[in-house]
Design a protein around this ligand. Structure first.
Ligand SMILES: [Cu+2]
Length: 364
């Protein structure tokens, strides 16, 4: 089976460009690792129950994040296990009809306290590894928390539902990120875990390839350096292509003259939020507020909280942060800074490691 899988990946290589191929090989290697010891044979209800892996997003492939479940749909027999492997900032909300809000602001001591929705952050419903017999369940986030052991990046359920049942699930954080699984009759022959893993790699590969092409086009168009126009220069934060989010600023280098401004904006149909910040504050996305006998309140940490108002004038040595700029369809926020002094101003997105840019300010 290993040989077959490698051949499948190899054959695909001819169809797609190098970056994409690297991504495929990367995912293929990952899945091979996960799959050691599993059987991949097509079978009607096997004597032993199978374990299927669904990848929940993918991160850091050619500067893109893939906002999709892979495979997007899956057939299982009653008694099989489904393991969702969470790669990045995603959750799995099983039996959901619609996503819940990421940020809620309940009144605490008479004042609204913005915080991450605990229904997204923490697991609920059947515990990982136990039977699923319907209803809603949540995986929680694979989010490292100060002072806590690293969370498990996987959520497993033994599917104990009648054949003919379809189970829908989604990621509450990323609009349109959804998947489903169907329980089929024991007599029906379905793909085995290895074939499902290859299918997942193919689906990721298709998204990654489309994103790579779009990124190359945007990079070429921007030639990495945009001259200022009428003292107003724009920088695009990322680009969402199908189910892929490109995590780059376009252009990477922006050159302006002292006293001019830069406006950061989203591309069309953006879904992935970003920040424009300096200095980088990695690992400070949330500020947990402990609660007795309950999981902590996850208030927005300095990395994602707004520190600088749009329109502010920046001088040499100033720090700034837009806070989380969240694109809402038809309502895409922008962030503008005016640079008073000549100098080099590197900046980052605090939400995405490796997403950075630089503003070069020349003398008037
Ligand atoms: Cu970002």
């Amino acid at each position: 089976m290993k040989v077959k899988q490698r051949m499948a990946i190899h054959r695909l290589g001819f169809l797609f460009p190098l970056r994409f191929r690297l991504a495929l090989v990367f995912i293929g290697t990952l899945t091979l690792g996960v799959l050691v010891g599993m059987t991949g044979a097509r079978s009607a209800r096997a004597a032993a129950a199978q374990t299927y892996v669904v990848q929940v997003g993918a991160a850091n492939i050619s500067n893109t994040a893939l906002l999709q479940f892979a495979p997007g749909s899956l057939k299982v027999h009653r008694g099989d296990t489904v393991t969702w492997v969470i790669n990045g900032f995603h959750n799995v909300h099983i039996g959901a009809t619609k996503p819940v809000d990421l940020i809620i602001a309940p009144d605490v001591n008479g004042k609204p306290l913005p915080q991450m929705n605990p229904q997204i952050a923490f697991p609920y419903g059947p515990k990982s590894g136990s039977a699923y017999q319907g209803g809603e369940a949540g995986s929680g986030l694979a989010l490292p928390m100060p002072g806590s052991p690293p969370p498990s990046p996987a959520y497993s359920l033994v599917i104990d539902m009648k054949p003919g049942t379809s189970i829908a699930y989604l990621c509450d954080i990323h609009p349109g990120m959804a998947g489903s699984l169907t329980v089929v009759e024991d007599s029906e022959t379905i793909p085995g875990p290895t074939e499902v893993a290859v299918q997942a790699a193919v689906e990721f590969g298709a998204s990654s390839g489309a994103a790579s092409q779009a990124a190359l086009k945007l990079e070429a168009e921007g030639t990495h350096i945009t001259p200022s126009t009428n003292g107003k220069t724009t920088v695009q934060m990322g680009q969402d292509v199908g189910r892929a989010a490109i995590l780059e600023f376009f252009p990477y280098v922006t050159v302006i003259k002292a006293g001019e401004s830069v406006t950061w904006k989203f591309g069309e149909s953006a879904v992935e939020p970003h920040t424009v910040s300096i200095p980088p504050l990695r690992g400070q996305e949330v500020s947990p507020i402990p609660q007795e006998g309950k999981p902590p309140i996850l208030a927005a940490g300095p990395a994602l909280a707004p520190m600088t108002q749009s329109g502010t004038t920046i001088k040499n040595g100033d720090t700034f942060s837009s806070g989380m700029l969240v694109p809402v369809p038809g309502q895409l926020p922008t962030f503008t800074l005016t640079f008073a002094d000549p100098g080099v101003y590197p900046y980052v997105c605090n939400a995405h490691a490796g997403m950075n840019g630089v503003v070069v300010v020349l003398a008037k």
